[in-house]
Design a protein around this ligand. Structure first.
Ligand SMILES: Cc1ncc(COP(=O)(O)O)c(C=O)c1O
Length: 403
């Protein structure tokens, strides 16, 4: 039988940028008897999570929850809001943006892909310029990834919104927040996003298996006119069933117990505190990388991701060999370099159920691994991170500090 988590003692450090560590309270919530998904107890749960999840998206609009991975939620967004043959504008920020583009091709859309260097976020000026040329409004949507998990680069979504508005263009704005939701500040309504795509396994601290679409009124109107043959993904039927706290099919009952517990935890901490905590971890991690003398993949400090950091290894050193050694010696998983970044970078996930000591343990594992693997670096990264955390003050909630 496959041996999972087969370490001799202590917990495995799952420091990939998702799936993230699942808090014990969430695991315990999932570990409850499955109930009748058409009964009154489930309806109360359904109504609770459907109401509370809106707070995380910072929206008053409906949030559709699918029993799917994030990829399913991508497909739902495209298949509801668009029609085969529609032109869409996408930006090559990295591996996930590239996969979303591939999906658009597979679905019969016509994506136009603005080339990128996999080290930078979306350039709003390029969006604005392209839309301004599109006088007959052939482009029906702009699709961007908020936090590119393959590179550790975050894009400025309000600036993308402004770029669309400045071009006076009616394109919908679709945003992937799969690795930012519940970790980085994200405002579906205020930022004028039409469809926000999310997943359960990162900032929401759940196992994989739930996908989300937050949908604006404009997106709902577009869905009415959509020419996509679709059934399972239909927003209208799900939103109708959700009014009574149920789904048109069997939902992921136990993952929804987990979602309820995860929302309790996130909302009790308070979203501004959650975002500030991630900011501290991003800054401390980057302080460590700089002290090691290694390069951060993200070029522009204004685009640094506070959910993960991709670290470039010096020429001639294999990032996957380093990761294997760290797994073997210290029982810690780090993120691999994806596609063209394979072997060149490793990624440190610092999102989700995470505290100061988790971060310091993670960085200590990396620093010991660099030494054992013979990767040229300076010692002192962990110390730099500790100094950064201390300088930034504690993130502990007020009631804990007072106790
Ligand atoms: C930014 C981003 N988009 C999309 C996906 C795909 O999500 P999933 O693997 O849950 O289908 C991921 C997965 O890591 C991601 O990080």
């Amino acid at each position: 039988m496959l041996k999972l988590n087969s370490h001799p003692s202590g917990r495995h450090f799952l420091q990939i940028p998702g799936p993230t560590n699942v808090p014990d309270a969430v695991l315990r919530a999932i570990d409850q008897p499955t109930i009748d998904h058409r009964g009154p107890e489930f309806a109360a749960l359904g109504r609770k999570v459907l109401a509370e999840i809106r707070q995380v998206f910072q929206t008053r609009q409906p949030v559709v929850i699918y029993p799917s991975s994030g990829t399913g939620a991508w497909e739902a967004a495209l298949a509801n809001a668009l029609t085969p043959g529609d032109a869409v504008l996408m930006v090559e920020t990295g591996h996930f943006a590239t996969l979303w583009k591939k999906m658009a091709v597979n679905l019969g859309l016509k994506p136009e892909f603005i080339a990128g260097d996999w080290r930078s976020g979306v350039d709003p000026a390029q969006i604005s310029a392209r839309l301004a040329e599109d006088r007959d409004h052939a482009i029906k949507a702009v699709c961007v990834v908020h936090n590119e998990t393959s590179t550790g680069v975050t894009s400025n979504i309000p600036a993308v919104r402004l770029a669309i508005d400045q071009a006076i263009h009616p394109a919908l704005l679709l945003v992937d927040t799969i690795s930012s939701l519940g970790s980085l500040d994200y405002r579906h309504d205020e930022w004028g996003v039409d469809v926000t795509v999310g997943g359960s396994q990162k900032g929401l601290m759940l196992p994989p298996g739930l996908g989300f679409n937050a949908v604006s009124d404009k997106a709902l109107a577009a869905a009415k006119a959509s020419g996509f043959p679709r059934s399972y993904w239909r927003w209208d039927e799900i939103i109708e069933a959700n009014k009574g706290g149920s789904w048109p099919y069997t939902p992921s009952t136990n993952l929804l117990y987990g979602l309820s517990a995860a929302l309790d935890q996130l909302l009790a901490e308070g979203l501004p505190n959650v975002f500030a905590r991630h900011r501290r971890y991003g800054e401390a991690t980057r302080a460590a990388v700089r002290a090691w003398g290694l390069e951060i993949l993200c070029r522009d400090p204004a685009e640094y991701s506070d959910a993960l950091t991709a670290v470039v290894l010096p020429e001639g050193h294999d990032a996957d060999a380093l990761r294997s050694l760290i797994l073997e010696k210290f029982n810690m998983s780090l993120g691999t370099g994806l596609a063209k970044l394979k072997g060149r970078v490793f990624r440190i996930g610092h999102l989700g159920d995470f505290n100061d000591l988790t971060l310091i343990g993670t960085l200590a594992g990396v620093e010991m691994g660099l030494a054992l693997a013979g990767v040229p670096h300076r010692a002192g990264g962990v110390k730099a991170a500790m100094d950064s955390l201390c300088a930034a003050g504690s993130h502990l909630p007020e009631q804990r500090k007072a106790a």
